[in-house]
Design a protein around this ligand. Structure first.
Ligand code: FAD
Ligand code: NAP
Length: 534
């Protein structure tokens, strides 16, 4: 512990959020000898894996990769039971990490941070919490999550509904028994696609209200392959290094070649092989799938043929067949999703032509018809990437409000900092690969970078570190330029904020994990290029 930390009764750092990011940040700050405290709105730790307890919730990155790598002992000791870990297993893992590294004593639960104000005179951040507490520290790290701020559309009559309402991102910890119920599910994104097959097994009737169909690849989940686990654990470090050099920071068995450079038969074989193995690695089949529309359409047509082959009613199959770019909305991974629409108790309701009209005391009205429902599941996603940050009153130099600075879209340097908000860091913020990567390695890379920066500022006796407006402008332009070279901006995804009415249409994540890491390392090597340290 540094001398400064020992003598100061005050905190050195505040961390907002106790998900995977906030927990590791706390561990690293302690390692620097700093006094840090984590503030978490929820009644437990775990973030995403605390809130999203809907039936079927699990990772779609393989468990051996969706896990911390900062501790060799931890990654050897922990045994995943399934290829794709379930939400309860992930929460057990997170609890284990918190206990193993004795993190809990510095975490305040049930404490929402409502504002964060930078006092220029003393160079400190002061937060105000939902309980009326005010706490200050030199550094403030927002580990508030990219997918933590739920989005519930303002449907007419929503408060009049007499039944139960659930959001997948804020699921009751005790669970929900849908046995014998008439259930309405709004949305067909990843959360819906995971939960629909399970809810359909319980419910008397399930009505799925679909605005846009999604591409989904079978998970082929099962017990973890012991031979694979043995191989990975024999040299976990090399496995991590090689995955870190892949476009999405995960082992998608990436093939750099073009989908159009091979014969249709070879392409079909490749897609069949990836479909049979399951998971997001489908997207790694060819290097141009997310860049060339013609290449992408070969993958789209392959998946549509699978939907037609699975779903017995051709009209339903047609409705479930996306026409969008594959991967442009987050690709989904499922267990029996399309086949679930063959069940007699499941009805797909197309709301693409006319929006849901209203929620009524007895159900939901769409396309001029009233659907009688006992409960409604809102699988309507999140105010992604910026929502958790803009819901806090964050004021930087001159009292400037972050929400106002970002009114036309988020502006950051490297997704870790935003000019005019000194000593404030974001983990996996907009402008970083975050949601376009395996998020756990991205989180660790950000936490490591932030810890190094804080260590650097402290070691040099500097008061603050702030991104320069010039570096930020150049980075924002670069993020947009890379996005525009891809097919990602071509559909109405939450990557673009398109799911939240009125949100500016800006592509928020940075495409290219290895290039990004290299850039971050170069910035440090060049003495924190693009940052003013003073
Ligand atoms: P979070 O886990 O979101 O934690 C943020 C925490 O901050 C929350 O607990 C929240 O309550 C708290 N918080 C926010 N605002 C405040 C405030 N003002 N005051 C106090 N506390 C606050 N990523 C993958 O890479 N692979 C996957 O398979 C995958 N699956 C996912 C499945 C679901 C259902 C969802 C929603 C996301 C998934 N993700 C996945 C993304 C996932 O969010 C990240 O992988 C990761 O868990 C994020 O961790 P985090 O700590 O950054 O944020
Ligand atoms: P989402 O992908 O944003 O899906 C929300 C769904 O709600 C979409 O189908 C959307 O339709 C629909 N919707 C929103 N507003 C609507 C309205 N007014 N009327 C009708 N439909 C409406 O949210 P999500 O499913 O919660 O997933 C969010 C992200 O979390 C994922 O993309 C992924 O990154 C992560 N996640 C991962 C997993 C996993 O498999 N590990 C599981 C869940 C979540 P439109 O498409 O037309 O907007």
């Amino acid at each position: 512990m540094s001398a400064a930390a020992r003598t100061s009764p005050q905190l050195d750092a505040i961390v907002v959020g106790a998900g995977l990011a906030g927990l590791y940040m706390l561990h690293r700050l302690r390692g620097l000898g700093l006094r840090a405290r984590v503030f978490e709105a929820g009644s437990g730790i775990g973030g995403t894996w605390f809130w999203n307890r809907y039936p079927g919730a699990r990772v779609d990155i393989e468990s051996l990769e969706y896990s911390y790598q900062f501790s060799g002992e931890l990654q050897q000791a922990w045994k995943w039971s399934e290829r794709y870990a379930t939400q309860p297993e992930l929460l057990r893992y997170i609890d284990h990490v918190a206990d193993r590294f004795e993190l809990r004593r510095d975490i305040a639960l049930n404490t929402r941070v409502e504002s964060a104000l930078f006092d220029e005179a003393v160079g400190r951040w002061t937060i105000a919490t939902s309980g009326g507490q005010r706490v200050s520290a030199r550094f403030c790290v927002m580990a508030t999550g990219c997918l933590s701020s739920t989005n519930t559309p303002k449907f007419e009559g929503i408060d009049s509904f007499g039944g139960a309402k659930y959001h997948t991102g804020d699921w009751p910890p005790a669970g929900v028994d849908f046995t014998g119920k008439r259930v309405g599910m709004i949305g067909t994104g990843s959360s819906a696609i995971q939960s629909i097959p399970i809810i359909a097994q319980q419910a008397a009737q399930l009505f799925v209200f679909q605005r846009t169909p999604n591409y989904s690849i079978p998970a082929h989940n099962g017990p973890i392959d012991p031979e694979l686990e043995r191989r990975v654990k024999a040299d976990y470090a090399s496995f991590r290094v090689s995955n870190g050099q892949r476009p999405f920071g995960a082992d998608f068995r990436d093939n750099a070649g073009s989908a159009l450079a091979v014969s249709p038969e070879e392409r079909q074989r490749e897609y069949e092989d990836r479909w049979a193995r399951g998971g997001l690695a489908f997207l790694g089949a060819y290097g141009d799938l997310v860049f060339d529309p013609a290449a992408n359409d070969t993958a789209g047509e392959f998946i549509r043929a699978k939907v037609r082959a699975t779903v017995k009613d051709p009209a339903v199959a047609e409705l479930l067949s996306p026409r969008t770019v594959v991967g442009c909305k987050r690709l989904c991974v499922d267990t029996n999703y399309y086949a679930t629409f063959n069940r007699p108790n499941v009805t797909l309701v197309d709301v693409s032509q006319a929006p849901i009209e209203a929620i009524t005391p007895g159900g939901l009205r769409a396309n001029g018809r009233e659907y009688t429902l006992d409960c409604i599941v809102f699988a309507t996603g999140f105010d992604a990437m910026t929502g958790a940050l803009t819901r806090i009153d964050i004021r930087g130099r001159g009292g400037r409000l972050l929400r106002e600075k970002w009114a036309a879209g988020p502006r950051t340097y490297l997704g870790v900092a935003t000019a005019g908000f000194p000593n404030l860091f974001m983990i996996t913020g907009p402008g970083s690969p975050s949601v376009l990567s395996n998020m756990l390695p991205s989180i660790e890379q950000h936490v490591n970078w932030i810890a190094t920066a804080i260590g650097h500022v402290s070691a040099h006796g500097a008061a603050s570190i702030d991104a320069t407006p010039e570096a930020e402008d150049a980075w924002v332009a670069h993020v947009n330029e890379v996005a525009d070279s891809s097919l990602f901006p071509r559909c109405n995804s939450w990557y673009l904020g398109a799911n939240v009415p009125g949100k500016p249409r800006v592509f928020m994540p940075y495409l290219g994990f290895p290039q990004y890491v290299q850039k971050c390392n170069e910035v440090v090597a060049k003495g924190y290029e693009g940052f003013a340290i003073g």
